[in-house]
Every structure is written in structure tokens, then in C-alpha cells.
Write a protein that binds this ligand. Structure first.
Ligand SMILES: *Cc1c(COP(=O)(O)O)cnc(C)c1O
Length: 358
């Protein structure tokens, strides 16, 4: 008995790896350390009785789209939600990428951008950031010359934490629109930084800004993300979305979350304060770090610490603290990425880190 071989272009691919091990302090996947508001859980529980479980969900997710649109002050026809922003990215690539087309990324960045390009058969163009993880004009022009259909930017960038300036993004938006390239700006961490490219989305613009409920909204467990883009882009992407892809419960979960905006804002504030506190403490240790506009910090032990990134990762894990080990990723030699947790978790991380480095 036989199965057909899988697609040749897939057999070369590595899956997505982030170890899910059982530890006391989990600071490895940039989740929110705080559970969603009790009120949200209560409202959602009550809603279980009202959902018509024998019926398919609202295919257009009208209420959810309206609520998200209101939150961002755009028209409801400029929003499209999906099962995590990863599904939004995949749908964008199915629409504008695919076999015979190219997508461009600037490394180091979120691994899923190149992974999803590969899954959708889209050829990848890689531009390299400079040693400060900035994208130089020359690099951009080099990438554009290779005629991508889609260009990915991630701001704040995962895993570096670096936020692109408005001037920089505006100049790329303009360049891409001139040539006819769709610019995807992944703003999974946008709320933790000081500005959002959603301000640049208007009717006719050639950008898609993707957002997620996974990080800021403490809802990684529900898998909900969305994009804000011109109506023309939203309509095109609807072509590849499977019918009824967003279940009824998820649609309500998203709408109910948007009733707790001030609570979300205060959580973001707390995490930003904590990020700055952790960063100040790292300054006192033999650690190199990068300025972060997100809910995590990329860092590595300096030579004087006399420990490699991997050894440091292991030592933290032995103390039941899990951070992301990026040390073997290209251009990130020796680097680890720590998610900002609760004040207690951060204290514990810092204490153990200091003890290990002593
Ligand atoms: C976490 C993350 C996402 C979120 O993906 P979801 O599918 O919405 O959970 C998207 N982009 C980046 C850069 C991320 O780090």
C-alpha cells in the first residue's frame, strides 16, 4: 500500500519549532502573562447557551468586523478577521503570492513569513538587515529589483523588538505603491510601541496591516487575528478564505474582548513599564540587548560573561525558566529572547539570570 509523495517543495521544509515544555516560568512565546478579564470569560460562558450550535456561523462575521473597524476607526469593509494573524498572512500569500511569484523578507524577522511563503509555493527573496538590525536603502532597492509581488515588514520586529520609524515605513509604502507591490506590515506587537501603520491605511492604499488578539489581548488560546487594508485588498483575499472559517464562539470572543479596551490598555502599560525595568536591569549585567517596542527583549551574553547563549538558555531551563533560544538562528548568534511576564516572573528571571552570570 502506498501514499503519493508529498509536494517536492514541501519535503525540504522544516516545520515551526518552539518547544512546549512544562516549566514554572514560561517566557518563550510572547504570550500575555495575564489571563483575560473575568468579565470576558463570564460573558463568553453565558453566550454558550445562545449560540445556534447546529447552524454554521455568520460567514461574513459582520458583528466582529464592525467592532474591530470601530476600534480602529476605519470602515467595516476594511477589516478581515481569520484564525490567528498567521491565517491572515497565509491568505494574503495565497492571493498575491503562489507559484511563479515572489515574496520578500528582511532577515532576521518572524520565521513564519518565509515559512508561509514556502507553504504557498511563493519564491522567497531575502534582504539582510545591517549589524544593527536596520534595513538599508540599498538593500531595499536590491530586493525591489527582483520583482516581488509581496513585501513583508514586521514592526515592532520579532525577534529583534525594533520598531520601524514612521518616515521609514512611509517611504516604503510609497515605493511599493509606485512599483505595484503589496506591502504587508505585521503589527502583532503594535500596541506595545508608540505608533501604528494603521494610520496609513486608506481607500486605495496598497498595504495590509496585520494584527492579532494573541498577544495584547491575552487570547492566544482562541486563535484570532485580522488585517486592516483597503477594501479592494479585503475583497480579493476573501476569494481564498474557506467558507465559515471563523467559528461562532470565536466571533463573539473577539467582539466581547473589544468591550475591555481600557483594561487592555492598562495591561499594555504595565508590560511596557516592566519591559523598561527589565531592560534597565540587563544594563547592569554582562548582556548586550536591543531596544524593544514589543513585549519581549532580544539579548545575548557578552564575551566577558564567559557563557554561550545556548549554555545560558540551558541554565535558565534548569531553573524552570523557559526563554526562546535564538542562538542558532542565522545572524542571531548567541541570542535569547525573553517575553516580558508578570512583575514576579520578571523578578525571578532577573534573579536567576544574575546568579547564573555571577
Ligand atoms: C505572535 C506573532 C504573530 C501572531 O500570530 P497569531 O497567528 O495571530 O497568533 C504574528 N506575527 C508575529 C510577528 C508574531 O510574533
Amino acid at each position: 500500500m502506498k501514499l503519493p509523495k508529498i509536494r517536492d517543495d514541501l519535503s525540504m521544509l522544516d516545520g515551526y519549532h518552539s518547544p512546549q515544555v512544562d516549566v514554572k516560568i514560561r517566557l518563550n512565546t510572547n504570550e500575555s502573562p495575564i489571563a483575560p478579564p473575568d468579565r470576558w470569560v463570564e460573558d463568553l460562558s453565558a453566550e454558550l447557551k445562545n449560540i445556534s450550535w447546529n447552524r454554521y456561523p455568520d460567514r461574513e462575521a459582520n458583528q466582529l468586523h464592525t467592532d474591530i473597524a470601530k476600534f480602529h476607526n476605519v470602515g467595516p469593509d476594511m477589516v478581515l478577521a481569520a484564525n490567528g494573524s498567521n491565517e491572515v498572512l497565509q491568505s494574503l500569500l495565497l492571493t498575491y503570492g503562489g507559484f511563479g511569484r515572489k515574496a520578500a523578507v528582511f532577515e532576521p524577522t518572524y520565521a513564519l513569513h518565509s515559512h508561509i511563503s514556502a507553504l504557498t509555493g511563493t519564491e522567497l527573496i531575502v534582504g539582510e538587515c545591517n549589524e544593527n538590525f536596520a534595513i538599508e536603502n540599498e538593500t531595499i532597492e536590491g530586493v525591489l529589483e527582483q520583482h516581488p509581488s509581496v513585501l513583508f515588514l514586521c514592526s515592532p520586529n520579532n525577534p529583534t523588538g525594533i520598531t520601524a520609524t514612521r518616515d521609514f515605513i512611509e517611504s516604503i509604502v510609497e515605493r511599493c505603491a509606485e512599483i505595484g507591490i503589496l506591502l504587508i506590515i505585521d503589527e502583532a506587537y503594535g500596541e506595545f510601541s508608540d505608533w501604528s501603520a494603521i494610520d496609513l491605511v486608506r481607500e486605495g492604499s496598497k498595504i495590509a496591516v496585520t494584527k492579532t488578539f494573541s498577544k495584547t489581548w491575552s487570547m492566544a488560546g482562541i486563535r484570532l487575528g485580522y488585517m486592516v487594508a483597503a477594501q479592494e485588498i479585503i475583497e480579493s483575499v476573501r476569494t481564498v478564505i474557506l467558507p465559515y472559517h471563523l467559528d461562532s464562539l470565536k466571533q463573539v470572543a473577539g467582539s466581547y474582548a473589544l468591550r475591555h479596551i481600557s483594561e487592555m490598555n492598562s495591561r499594555v502599560e504595565l508590560l511596557v513599564q516592566e519591559r523598561e525595568r527589565v531592560s534597565r536591569k540587563l544594563l547592569e549585567l554582562p548582556i548586550q540587548q536591543w531596544p524593544s517596542g514589543a513585549n519581549f527583549i532580544l539579548f545575548r551574553p557578552t564575551n566577558s560573561a564567559k557563557i554561550t547563549g545556548s549554555e545560558l538558555w540551558e541554565a535558565l531551563l534548569e531553573r524552570s525558566i523557559l526563554v526562546r533560544n535564538c542562538s542558532s538562528w542565522s545572524r542571531l548568534e548567541g541570542c535569547l529572547r525573553v517575553t516580558i511576564g508578570t512583575p514576579e516572573e520578571n523578578d525571578s528571571f532577573l534573579e536567576h539570570l544574575e546568579a547564573i552570570l555571577e
